[in-house]
Structure formats: structure tokens, C-alpha cells
Ligand binder design. Sequence first.
Ligand SMILES: Nc1ncnc2c1ncn2[C@@H]1O[C@H](COP(=O)(O)OP(=O)(O)OP(=O)(O)O)[C@@H](O)[C@H]1O
Ligand SMILES: [Mg+2]
Length: 411
Amino acid sequence: MKHQQTVVGLDIGTHKIACVVAEVSPDGKVDVIGIGTHPSRGLRKGVVVNIDSTVESIGLAVQEAELMSGVEVKRVYTGIAGSHIHGYNSHGVVATKDGEVSQEDVTRVIEAAKAMNISADQKVLHILPQDYIIDGQDGIKSPVGMSGVRLEAKVHVVTGAVSSAQNIIKCCHRCDLEVADVVLEQLASSEAVLQPEEKEIGVILVDIGGGTTDIAVFINGSIRHTSVIPIGGDHLTNDLVVGLRTSPREADQLKRKHGACMPSMVAPDEMIEIPSVGGREPRAMPRQVMIQILEPRMEELFEMVKAHLEQSGFHNQVSAGVVLTGGSSLLKGAVELAEEIFDAPVRLGRPSGVGGLVDVVATPVYSTGVGLVLYGCRYRQTNTRSTTKKHHSVSGPSLWQRMRAWFGDTS
Ligand SMILES: Nc1ncnc2c1ncn2[C@@H]1O[C@H](COP(=O)(O)OP(=O)(O)OP(=O)(O)O)[C@@H](O)[C@H]1O
Ligand SMILES: [Mg+2]
């Protein structure tokens, strides 16, 4: 047996559960060796609302990935989303102990930055360092070893509802899976689809899934803003169910096959066949009717994203524009419509940075699943090489401490 290690990403989405099994070689090469997906039944708008159904879907997705990879899945990195998630920028200051910044000073300053009023039902999920300032000199990424007496840290703090995190962990435990970490979904997706240069010059990631649209803004290499909008592609499907009087399953298939959100992309006279419910005859309908239903909904969604970004104040600082990912980014015309609304360059983000079953995972549907694997690899590295890891790693309390906090100290 070679010294390969396995890292597994478990994306518990509103629309599907995806389990991505990857093998990591000692030199850091990541090869996807198995994938399992199963429709998700127990979530609403990114949040677990039915444990039994979620457990069943997770079990089936994991089983499929195990069969394909020949690996028994024991430990997973899993994601979290939903409108209970909040992102804040915060700031901390400490005096260094010996006139030189030590790792301990960095830990203290991050703790100081974390000290903010969080409501009792929320817990810190991530503390993501942005910049350090030493004696007024800003823009420092690796402060350890530098001289100075006053150390300041700018961080992005992500909090989420304790109960939502607990339910995700509970579902995994019920499937005999240990949870290595619970990661903000757009943070995971960003690992898989954004290029380091994009994060440097400023980029907006918009992951449009089935139940939520997750936003993350990166500037100067660090995360500056995160938010979640509880609307996704399943809302488009529901609109089609009502508008075309067909079943949710058929509506979803029609959307994938014939859907579009730019009227100019479809010939005015093109007809499509709509399967009806209750054994009635299928009907023919102009394809433009579908576009008339989908276009306003996508427009509304992008306008909401734009409003979030304008509120964050970062919308003018993103030279790399917008990267769309998640299953709904595949809707025909989504990139073009987003370009119009954001008045910025927009591209489709597919997972990259992995080998193995590349053809299977190179779709925006697997951005979070692959991202969780990549996040897991990075996290393991920060654990084993903590003295050499410089910055932008996720710091703060260990997952074990956080999980104990989520469950109370007795568990
Ligand atoms: N080719 C396509 N065209 C249009 N929509 C698509 C296409 N493929 C998938 N979708 C839509 O993408 C959505 C699912 O996306 P995804 O798999 O990213 O969701 P999820 O991760 O399960 O959900 P969430 O992240 O919101 O919890 C569904 O609404 C589906 O109809
Ligand atoms: Mg998703």
C-alpha cells in the first residue's frame, strides 16, 4: 500500500447530496476516485428539516461513492449554508509580548477580533484572517517573526445557527460518519473554482444551488464578505410547475433541457412538448413561454445578489468580476444575463485543481463537493505543518473545541 490518504467531501445540498472521495499523495496531488450522488429529500433552503430523510439520502450517496472508489468512508468534510449564516468583518488589537510577533500573539489577536456580540443561538464557524497591521503598517500577511509592539488583525468572522450545525453533524453521525469539519459552502466552492490571481485582484463568487444562492467576495487574496440568499434553482422549477402545469420532476427536466433566461437565445417559433400530469396528453408550447417564466426569476435573483454586494460596499473593488457556479449556473443564458445586470465580466466556475475522475466532477454541480475535499487537504496541511503555514488558513478554535461548544461541554 502506498502512502495515499483519503479525503472525503460530503456536500449536503438542498437538491442533491454529493459525496466526493479523493486520494491525496504525499506530494499533495489530489485525485478524485469516487463520486456518489443522491437526490436530497430532507432539506429546505440549505437547512436540514427532516433528519430521517437526510440520513437516508446521505447513506445512499456515500454507499455509491464507496462502491466506485473501493474505499470505506469514515470521516467527511461537510458544508453548511442557509439564511442563518452571517458574515462580519472585525478587528482586534493586542500588545506583543517581546517586541516581536509570536504565533501566540497572532492567536491572541485573532481571539480579540472574535470578541463581538453574537446572539446566543449563533456560533462562530470560521475566523478568516484578512490582514495584519504592525505598529500602523498595514497589508501584512505573515506577521510571525516581525518586530513591533502593537499587533492588529482584520478578520472575517462567519457565524451560523447552532441547531443547524448540530443537525448536520447528527445526520452524519447517524450514518456512522465522523465529521472532520463543517465548512461554509461558498468557502468550499471558492477553493475549487477560483484562481489565486482572481482572489488577489478581487472577485465575487455566486454559487446558485437548488435552495440557496451563496455569495463570497475576495479582495487582496482574502475573503471580505459572505452572505446567503434563500433562493435557488428549485424556485425556478416551482415556477415552471405552476406556469406549465406539470410535475416537479418533469419541470426540472424541461428546465435543464429547454430552459433559458435570455429570450434572444431562443427562436420565437420554437415549440417544445410539455408532459402533463394525471395521464393527460402531452401538449406543445412555444419555448419562449418557458423563457418568460425563467427570465424574471433569474433577473430578480441577480438583482438581489447585486443589492447584497452594494450593501457590502465591495462591489466596485472586484476587477476579476463574477464567477457563477452551482447547478443553476448551467441554465442557458445565466452568464450573459449576469453580465448585463452586474455590468462586469462573468464566467462559469467549474471545479479544477484535482486529477482522477476529472471529466465527471468538472461541472458546477460538484464545486462544493470538490471544494470540501480541497479545503480538507489544506486544513490537514495546516495541522501537520503549522509552523510553516503562513496565512489565510482558517484559524481560531479547533473543530473539536467548536463542536464541543455546539453540543455543550457534556457531549
Ligand atoms: N443544466 C441545467 N440547467 C438549469 N438548471 C440546472 C441544470 N443542472 C442543474 N440545474 C439546477 O441546479 C439546481 C441544483 O444545483 P446544486 O446541485 O448546485 O444544488 P444543491 O447544492 O443541492 O443546493 P443548495 O446548494 O442550494 O443547498 C437545481 O435547481 C437544478 O434544477
Ligand atoms: Mg450547493
